[in-house]
Design a protein around this ligand. Structure first.
Ligand code: ZN
Length: 289
């Protein structure tokens, strides 16, 4: 099943997000459950929706809607650093001995198509395309072997990063949590439609491919991350995990390439879709630009 949030309400869509013929069905109207994506997932809405959709009339064209992040207001957004072997190598670092986890503020979430707004004091804004997962039911102390049972599905995350601040202290969370620094979506695809162990991911900057890899190259797999994070804390339905970025980020290129006003970043995960966001930056020109 392919899920998206339109006008604040969770919907099922019957095709690709970029296809104007794709239609969306309001799952709250069909199931009687909450339209809020987090509450819908927590109530086991996906299974209820499968039955309801089988008997439902065609939905409305998706162009009639305003798209939101696939979840809004999750309690937590976790992210893994240095989780692709090629990305660790390009930064001259070893794969960490355990998942290198940090949080991004849930307040940094924005929808597909919304602008990434870079604050004037940020001189090194950088892109990071990532496969993201959304938790489907509350998870605490889960085993790796059963971890995927707690995942609602896969979506696309953009871990926008202010490198100049990130590297000053080595603490990532603040400099990756600025408002608009976490585009998410537009579609959440359930695990029966994708292979989380070999999901191709590609990032394009103004149409040029800058990152290309697959989750087969993750040092810590998606179920391993879920299992690890839940040792001691509870992930709630609707919580988001960004699973790390592959090689090709702007700070590691020669010459370095940071985001500038007017850039467009597209991240495509095969079988899921494309997350596209323009960049807005007002203020003094960047050094070297
Ligand atoms: Zn990242």
């Amino acid at each position: 099943m392919r899920l998206a949030s339109f006008d604040g309400r969770i919907h099922a869509i019957d095709g690709d997000f970029d296809d104007p013929a794709t239609r969306a069905s309001d799952l709250a109207a069909l199931t009687g459950l909450s339209p809020d994506p987090v509450e819908f997932l927590a109530a086991g809405g996906v299974e209820a929706a499968r039955e309801a959709l089988a008997a439902a009339p065609p939905g409305r064209p998706i162009e009639a809607f305003r798209v939101d992040p696939v979840v809004h207001g999750p309690r937590s957004v976790w992210a893994a650093g240095l989780n692709y072997r090629d990305h660790a190598a390009e930064t001259g670092q070893a794969i960490p001995p355990a998942p290198a986890l940090f949080t991004k503020s849930p307040g940094s979430l924005i929808a597909h198509g919304a602008s990434i707004v870079v604050p004037p004091h940020v001189e090194q804004p950088d892109y990071e395309g990532e496969v993201a997962v959304v938790i489907g039911r509350d998870a605490r102390d889960v085993d790796e072997a059963e971890a995927l049972d707690f995942v609602a599905g896969v979506t696309i995350g953009h871990d926008v990063s202010a490198r100049d601040h990130q590297f000053v202290t080595g603490q990532f969370s603040w400099s990756k949590s600025f408002d608009t620094f976490c585009p998410l979506g537009p579609v959440l695809v359930t695990l029966d439609e994708v292979d989380v162990f070999d999901l191709p991911i590609e990032t394009r900057l103004n149409g040029e491919v800058v990152q290309s890899s697959t989750t087969a190259h993750l040092a810590y797999s998606i179920p391993r991350l879920v299992a690890w994070i839940t040792q001691g804390l509870t992930l709630l339905a609707g919580d988001v995990i960004l699973t790390g970025t592959p090689a090709g980020v702007g700070v590691a290129r020669d010459p370095q390439r940071f985001l500038t006003h007017g850039d467009v970043v597209e991240i495509t995960v095969a079988g899921v879709g494309t997350l596209r966001n323009p960049v807005v930056r007002h203020g003094p020109p960047l050094p070297g630009s």
